[in-house]
Design a binder for this molecule. Sequence first.
Ligand code: FES
Length: 119
Amino acid sequence: MEYHVGHPAEIAEGGRRVVSCDGVEIGVFRIGGALKAWHNVCPHRQGPVCQGRVYPRVTEPLQADGTTRTLAYDETRMQVACPWHGWEFDLATGASQGSRMKLRPARLRVTEEAVYVVL
Ligand code: FES
């Protein structure tokens, strides 16, 4: 079954749309130019993970002497933080930071005119 999400241009870089597909919520994100879709169910305690804050991954670059002095943002690795307990997930891979849990992917069909979730 396919569910219409909208026109591809309606989801800008870094943006998202959370849709209900007969009661199954799916978050569709545009990351690095590509559209990715994840079930809106956090693998921790089933929170609405796709509705969390989206931001670049925070890194801590090492200096030549092995110390760190600052934090940096890696704009090539976007994360979503689940609004319930703050677990963070990579939006390109679904992998969490600090655990083996992953977001559950959803399939998309994208044409020039429309994006569809396929369940
Ligand atoms: S339910 Fe998402 S972090 Fe706990």
